[in-house]
Design a protein. Structure first.
Length: 105
């Protein structure tokens, strides 16, 4: 059995986070080492190692959730970057699918 990721521990409430938005399937919280004024991590509650592993249905729902987060923090008005790293060689450090939403540069 694989070891739980830090994100799974955040989902379980075993590691604290500053939540921005939560639904039944997804969680958005502030990055503890922000690279911009607004730096939010958006994750599915179900574990997917990376973007290559997630199914189309979950990704469609996640896209709607990301739009909701962007509107909530008004990043949709000010512009934002949305990115994910897929694999160790691309810089992925936590092997649980996540998107970075960065705004307020």
């Amino acid at each position: 059995m694989r070891e739980k990721t830090v994100f799974e521990l955040i989902i379980e409430g075993k590691i604290p986070s500053t939540k921005v938005l939560e639904s039944e399937d997804f969680l958005a919280f502030n990055d503890i080492n922000p690279k911009a004024k607004i730096h939010i991590l958006i994750i599915p509650k179900k574990h997917f190692k990376d973007f290559q592993e997630v199914d189309a249905n979950t990704m469609a729902k996640m896209t709607d959730f990301i739009h909701e987060v962007a509107r909530l923090v008004e990043a949709d008005k000010n512009g934002y970057k949305l990115l994910t790293n897929c694999g160790k060689n691309a810089g992925q450090e936590v092997f649980h699918l996540h998107f970075h939403l960065l705004s307020g540069f």
